[in-house]
Ligand binder design. Structure first.
Ligand code: GCO
Length: 455
């Protein structure tokens, strides 16, 4: 009998974006500034001096992108709300025109049977709050709760799926520790852990607001970066165990570690960090803090692109195995390692027993418009075929991955690398704002309609 190559019948196929990377309209209709609006205007931070002032102009061209989503047969679309577009100063006065934009996005998506998955924070920190200390000021927990409350009041009658925060390793770690992300600070260890704690409290306050005020039964997730992932080079139990331990070890770079973010949210405690003297850096943790942080959520969002390879060294450690010379890499120089989409879900499920979505996966590719006017990207198709086959293995072993969001829908603003890294299923001509569905987009459309059978 033909083996069943399909994903589960209720598996959700989508694509993703984020506000600063796609919307543009950085000063339109009363929108306030975010730290990225300011940071990209400061010389030297962004490749080629690119900014997100216009990006994919999705503020004006959403209907164009919606038509493409419909043509691809997308079942869901993940996007973020730009906090200062809704509350220009980050706290206080609401900008109704900003809310109206997202209200219309939700309406248009639902009219086209596309489920909105909304990320409440994808790094768009209001500049006004940065000036009040940003994530270093515990008041941000209340400001975030107020912002979330405004969004939930307007959209939760039609939106069920929420992701509170995206990749704190970036907007705390990289942003405050000299990692090339806005606002581009280099604060001390103590402040990094303080900001991290506040961002976890803000996550908890958002869960509380959604649970208490949403007008429909909400499904809430949290999406840290999944780059701290080791996959075994063999199926030997000792190699698997060594990689599992390394994946969740918060050792020499706790704030970069997955467990630093997911253990408090799911397990209600910070992880052990063998060998790293982090205790002296931890901020004051008030009695109610861990309870606030670890309010139950419904899923973990996994942004998975790659994995290290590892094996046991015979002394209880995991040795990272170097890639072979000339191993496949993407345009961004990331290794092509499809096993990430098997071992990541498996290790997360075994530790947290929480449903999962792949909230980001894809690659940067050297895409351009060929003489025939099309965008041929066989590398992306091969990459996705390999990764999705590994994901299908995990799902068929019973690991509850509920859906997959390709990063990204269209080529967009890729942070410090500007527009030099194209991640889209859809090509964006940033001069004309024309869109061209790439070969991979046409292929992904068939993946969706066959529920994965063609991979
Ligand atoms: C991230 C962010 C996205 C990136 C994407 C490609 O994971 O870094 O969520 O905004 O653009 O991952 O780097």
């Amino acid at each position: 009998m033909e083996e069943n190559r399909r994903f589960p019948e209720n598996f959700v196929w989508g694509a993703a974006s984020s506000a600063y990377q796609a919307e543009g309209a950085y000063r339109a209709d009363g929108k306030g500034l975010s730290v990225w609006d300011v940071y990209t205007h400061e010389p030297g931070h962004i490749f080629n001096g690119d900014t997100g002032d216009v990006a994919c102009d999705q503020y004006e061209k959403f209907d164009t992108d919606l038509t493409i989503m419909k043509e691809l047969g997308l079942q869901a679309y993940r996007f973020s709300i730009n906090w200062p577009r809704v509350i220009p100063d980050g706290c206080g006065q609401v900008n109704e025109k900003g809310l109206d934009f997202y209200d219309r996005m939700v309406e248009r998506l639902l009219e086209n049977d596309i489920i909105p998955y909304i990320t409440l924070f994808h790094w768009e920190l209001p500049y006004g709050l940065y000036l009040k200390g940003g994530w270093l000021n515990r008041d941000i927990v209340q400001y975030f709760a107020e912002y979330v409350s405004v969004v939930i009041r307007r959209l939760s009658d039609r939106v069920r799926f929420w992701i509170t925060e995206n990749e704190p390793q970036c907007y705390i770690g990289a942003a405050l520790h000299g990692g090339g992300h806005a606002p581009g600070l280099k604060v001390g260890e103590k402040d990094i852990f303080l900001a991290a704690h506040h961002s976890l409290l803000a996550h908890g306050s958002a869960v509380e607001v959604i649970r208490e005020t949403a007008k429909t039964a909400s499904v809430i997730g949290y999406a840290p970066a999944s780059w701290h992932l080791w996959s075994p080079v063999s199926d030997l139990p000792e190699d698997i165990e060594a990689c599992r331990r390394e994946t969740f070890r918060a050792g020499d770079d706790p704030v970069g570690a997955t467990s630093w973010w997911l253990d408090p949210v799911i397990l209600g405690r910070y992880p052990e960090t063998a060998g790293y003297p982090y205790e002296k850096y931890l901020p004051e943790i008030r009695p109610e803090d861990m309870k606030m942080i670890s309010q139950p959520i419904d899923f973990i969002g996994m942004n998975v692109y790659q994995t290290y390879r590892g094996k046991a060294d015979g002394e209880g450690n995991c040795v990272t195995v170097k890639a072979l010379p000339g191993a496949a890499q993407t345009n961004a120089g990331w290794p092509v390692t499809p096993e990430a989409l098997y071992w990541g879900p498996r290790f997360y499920w075994e530790r947290y027993h929480k449903k999962l979505y792949i909230t980001e996966n894809g690659l940067s590719n050297q895409d351009w418009v060929s003489l025939d006017g099309k965008v041929h990207d066989p590398q992306r198709i091969d990459f996705l075929r390999r990764y999705l086959r590994k994901l299908r293995e995990a799902v068929r072993e019973g690991i509850p991955v509920e859906g997959y969001f390709h990063w990204a829908l269209t080529d967009n603003f890729e942070w410090a690398s500007g527009y030099s890294n194209r991640f889209g299923l859809v090509y964006t001509d940033f001069a004309s704002q024309e869109r061209i569905i790439k070969d991979s987009g046409q292929w992904y459309s068939r993946v969706i309609s066959s529920n994965g059978e063609i991979i």
